[in-house]
Design a protein around this ligand. Structure first.
Ligand SMILES: *[C@@H]1O[C@H](CO)[C@@H](O)[C@H](O)[C@H]1NC(C)=O
Ligand SMILES: *[C@@H]1O[C@H](CO)[C@@H](O)[C@H](O)[C@H]1NC(C)=O
Ligand SMILES: *[C@@H]1O[C@H](CO)[C@@H](O)[C@H](O)[C@H]1NC(C)=O
Ligand SMILES: *[C@@H]1O[C@H](CO)[C@@H](O)[C@H](O)[C@H]1NC(C)=O
Ligand SMILES: *[C@@H]1O[C@H](CO)[C@@H](O)[C@H](O)[C@H]1NC(C)=O
Ligand SMILES: *[C@@H]1O[C@H](CO)[C@@H](O)[C@H](O)[C@H]1NC(C)=O
Ligand SMILES: [Ca+2]
Length: 520
């Protein structure tokens, strides 16, 4: 009995040192045998510099091609240093920002010097992972030879399609960005996700004193979790209730925009521009893969980080249900209730809404603002004017397809479950944009006036687009069935050069005869 209690205690102890949300499931024994119990889970933090792809802009910004001399800010007359891209010992390529340094040897990427002053010296460093990540600690960028006096850290959450500023850095925020300087410790729970400009990492302190520029993550966590992050449950609870909070720490790409190099604490000295440049020896990005609380492992597969999804989810970020689980629909896991969270293996709104509302008088919970053209209590139907895509699962964004009924040919813009519209008389086809046999299309379907079968044009007339017979001059009528020269009618009025000489002669003779007869 005592042994069992000790064992249990040991297990609890182990679990708490492992940390929360490390396990997606565990086997527990019940009266009915062993069953899996599922929990919310997330992968451990990693050093993401090992997995990032770096791109430096503009091309030609990296020093050494052609080889060039540079000086230092502390001692402007010490200009012996040289950058030469063709010599491995003197080259400073971008990958030296993410290497693992050995034997205390600092390796760094370096740009050309500011010889083109007053044209600004600009450089962009774009870091991509092709994976959603969540920051777990401070981003730290280490600058050799002084930190920039003006720079911006940007982030993208959609693989570089759109970008937003993450933090502004300047030795004079008001001057550089027209923003009042702030520090992260000025932030309160209400404005924690505000984008600030800080002067903390841009002022000149001597190039050896402080080389680091940070994006503070721990200090932001501390606003909710306490100064030593002892109360992470509180942070996780806030992550659930403040949607923007989790997104604030999420990214797929980062970009450093270097706008002005270190100046050594004085004005720009135009007679020695070789001491102005950027040099970065390391970019530390502690983060974890975002797996929506459905994976505890994230592995490099074919060069890309991928969540090892549990809870019958799949996708790069475990953002979908596995095939064969379409009855259930995807939802991200929840940190709540602590300490194990909820895997949320079922969602009522099929992924088309993340809001539900309780309707008092009907006593039902219903989804609100169903997206992707869906409707219904569980967003399980298609909106009017749309029909169900048979090859898409219920939680697919493409689940509803527009009916696209032809406005002129159909009764209304709705269709049945296979996309067939309801046609007006004479119209046919799935979209009612075709006519039944015996009808012709002219902004709708109209019965044929003439055709090749029942309604033949007579007396050599030709049928024009089923709309009318084009009759020879001597015939008229809808089907050219009437002769213009029938007795008692004046066929001369239709005189035309096409009339044959013989007909003309005949008619003249006839008229003459008629005239003589009536004069009698
Ligand atoms: C850096 O990126 C920004 C935003 O895309 C762009 O406007 C700017 O021209 C880039 N600068 C350089 C030096 O490529
Ligand atoms: C990004 O990752 C996805 C899924 O892991 C993969 O299919 C795609 O090819 C990757 N793209 C690039 C450019 O590596
Ligand atoms: C955040 O709110 C606190 C207190 O409400 C205020 O003192 C601080 O200036 C605000 N910070 C920013 C960046 O707006
Ligand atoms: C995943 O599917 C398997 C097989 O149907 C099932 O036994 C298991 O309980 C499911 N897991 C979750 C978390 O729903
Ligand atoms: C139907 O759904 C499939 C699967 O998502 C998608 O590839 C296809 O484009 C959809 N069809 C239409 C017409 O939207
Ligand atoms: C939709 O209408 C078409 C044409 O009237 C019909 O053939 C089809 O069976 C209908 N489909 C359904 C699911 O009602
Ligand atoms: Ca390095």
């Amino acid at each position: 009995m005592l042994l069992q209690a000790v064992l249990l205690l040991l297990l609890r102890c182990l679990a708490s040192t492992l940390g929360q949300y490390d396990l997606c499931k565990s086997l527990v024994s019940t009266d009915e045998g062993s069953v899996w119990e599922h929990y919310a889970c997330q992968p451990s933090p990693m050093s993401m510099k090992d997995y990032m792809r770096i791109k430096v802009d503009p091309p030609g910004i990296t020093c050494g091609n052609p080889p060039e001399r540079f000086c230092t800010l502390e001692n402007p007359y010490l200009c012996s240093d040289e950058c030469d891209a063709s010599n491995p010992d003197l080259a400073h390529p971008p990958q030296l920002m993410q290497d693992r340094e050995r034997n205390g040897l600092i390796t760094y990427w370096q740009t050309v010097t500011w010889r083109r002053h007053p044209k600004p010296l600009l450089a962009n460093i774009t870091m991509s992972w092709n994976k959603s990540l969540e920051l777990t600690d401070d981003i730290q960028i280490t600058f050799e030879y002084g930190r920039p006096t003006i720079m911006v850290l940007d982030k993208s959450m959609d693989h570089g399609r759109s970008w937003q500023p993450y933090q502004f850095y300047a030795d004079d925020c008001l001057d550089a960005f027209d923003m009042h300087p702030k520090q992260v410790r000025d932030l309160s729970p209400a404005n924690l996700t505000r984008v600030i400009c800080t002067e903390q990492y841009s002022r000149w302190v001597g190039s050896k004193n402080d080389k680091n520029v940070k994006f503070e993550v721990k200090a932001r966590f501390a606003v909710f979790a306490g100064p030593r992050l002892q109360n992470m449950d509180n942070l996780y609870t806030r992550m659930e209730s403040m949607k923007g909070l989790r997104d604030f720490f999420t990214f797929t790409n980062l970009r450093l925009r270097l706008l002005q190099p270190a100046l050594g604490g004085t004005y720009i000295q135009k007679d020695n521009l070789l001491k102005y440049f950027y040099a970065i020896s390391n970019i530390e990005i502690p983060a974890r893969c975002k797996c929506n609380l459905h994976a505890s492992q994230c592995l490099l597969i074919d060069g890309n980080l991928q969540c090892q999804c549990e809870h019958n989810t799949t996708g790069q970020d475990c953002q979908r249900c596995k095939k064969g689980f379409k009855a259930k629909s995807w939802k991200e896991g929840s940190y709540l209730p602590p300490p194990n969270g909820t895997p949320n293996t079922y969602c009522e709104c099929n992924g088309h809404s993340n809001r539900c509302s309780y309707i008092d008088y009907l006593n039902i919970v219903t989804c609100v603002s169903c997206k992707h053209n869906t409707r219904g209590q569980n967003c399980q139907h298609c909106r009017l004017g749309y029909f169900r895509n048979a090859s898409a699962e219920l939680d697919d964004e493409n689940v509803c397809i527009e009916c696209n009924c032809n406005q002129l040919g159909s009764v209304h813009d709705r269709c049945n479950n296979t996309g067939f519209c309801q046609c007006k008389d004479g119209a046919m086809g799935a979209k009612c944009d075709d006519c039944l046999p015996g009808f012709y299309w002219k902004q709708g379907c109209y019965p044929n006036v003439c055709d090749e079968e029942m309604l033949l044009c007579q007396n050599g007339g030709t049928c024009y687009l089923n709309q009318k017979c084009i009759c020879p001059p001597e015939f008229k009528g809808v089907l050219c069935q009437h002769s213009r020269c029938e007795a008692g009618k004046d066929c001369n009025s239709a005189s035309s050069p096409l009339l044959s000489m013989a007909t003309l002669l005949l008619c003249t003779l006839l008229t003459y005869t008629l005239a003589t007869l009536t004069h009698h």
